[in-house]
Design a binder for this molecule. Structure first.
Ligand SMILES: NC(=O)c1ccc[n+]([C@@H]2O[C@H](COP(=O)([O-])OP(=O)(O)OC[C@H]3O[C@@H](n4cnc5c(N)ncnc54)[C@H](OP(=O)(O)O)[C@@H]3O)[C@@H](O)[C@H]2O)c1
Length: 266
């Protein structure tokens, strides 16, 4: 039975994706921060006839990511699909390790998790990385600002930069680990908890979480994609990301800096 590890499985797109994948016969490893929500999810997965387990992770703490990864490595010798889904939107603040919140949770924690799980991500394992069309709102990453909480920077700009980082990471990972298959997915505009109250009135045409999860589930499971890696996907088709997201020097710089930042937590 294929094993699928999903971060942020307790709400929105992640929850819809795990229920779909469990219904397709995948064993779900749900990585979330709330035990109560994870226990509820386990019951929901049982109701669709699936099997699942959970591991506690707080993506706003690199130490917590290290501990969760150790637990996963203890329990499993192969993960077939890793879905780096969890995310924060325009919220203000910083992570425990004093990274700007969106960069820390959306990119750095997932970089760290993926690196630590390298021993169980083998030939043909897939890494599905959630990103967003919002990555096009920025044309680079201001590395100097990432150690400052989102106070002077607008949250939405910080979010867009973190989504650019998600694309650059998936692209660079495809190069460095050719045995893996990576897919960066834009799920569409989806009505979930990631939007602050003031954005809700603009969500008239937004997708449901189930619709938003469609390309995520497809990239996690579609056999015909098994020869493709490093691409950007939306509505089940490959798209061209921004010029910044295709900047190999920027991807390498992001990788090397991320490695440096995560090293103390190995
Ligand atoms: N919604 C959209 O229109 C849209 C568009 C483009 C891309 N995306 C991307 O899709 C992904 C999922 O977003 P969503 O819209 O489904 O958002 P959501 O409904 O707010 O769900 C976010 C998930 O991330 C988890 N999470 C947040 N901070 C965490 C932390 N510190 N540690 C562990 N888990 C944490 C949440 O956990 P709790 O359940 O405990 O809160 C929740 O399960 C994100 O990467 C987002 O950038 C969304």
């Amino acid at each position: 039975m294929e094993k699928v590890l999903v971060t942020g499985p307790t709400a929105g797109i992640g929850r819809a994706a795990v229920l779909a994948l469990a219904g397709m016969g995948r064993h779900v490893i749900a990585a979330g921060r709330s035990e109560t929500k994870l226990e509820t999810l386990m019951r929901e997965i049982e109701e669709v006839g699936g099997t699942a387990e959970w591991v506690k992770i707080d993506l706003a703490s690199l130490r917590s990511v290290t501990e969760a990864a150790a637990e996963i490595l203890d329990r499993h010798d192969r993960i077939d699909v890793l879905v780096n889904n969890a995310g924060v939107g325009a919220s203000r603040g910083a992570t425990r390790d004093r990274f700007q919140l969106q960069f820390g949770v959306n990119h750095l924690a997932h970089f760290h998790l993926t690196e630590l799980l390298a021993p169980v991500l083998g030939e043909g394992s897939r890494v599905v990385q959630l990103t967003s069309e919002m990555h096009k709102r920025v044309d680079g990453i201001d590395f100097g600002r990432l150690r400052r909480p989102t106070r002077t920077w607008q949250g939405i700009r910080a979010y867009s930069a973190s989504k650019l980082a998600n694309l650059l990471f998936a692209r660079e990972l495809a190069k460095r680990r050719p045995e893996l298959r990576t897919y960066a997915v834009h799920p569409g505009l989806v009505d979930t908890g990631i939007f602050p109250w003031f954005a809700k009135p603009f969500l008239g045409n937004a997708l449901t979480p189930e619709q938003g999860a469609d390309t995520v589930v497809w990239c996690a499971s579609e056999p015909s994609l098994s020869n493709s890696t490093g691409g950007y996907w939306a509505r089940r088709s490959e798209r061209e990301p921004s010029a910044a997201a295709r900047d190999d020097a920027l991807a390498t710089e992001l990788w090397e800096r991320s490695e440096e930042w995560c090293r103390p937590f190995h």
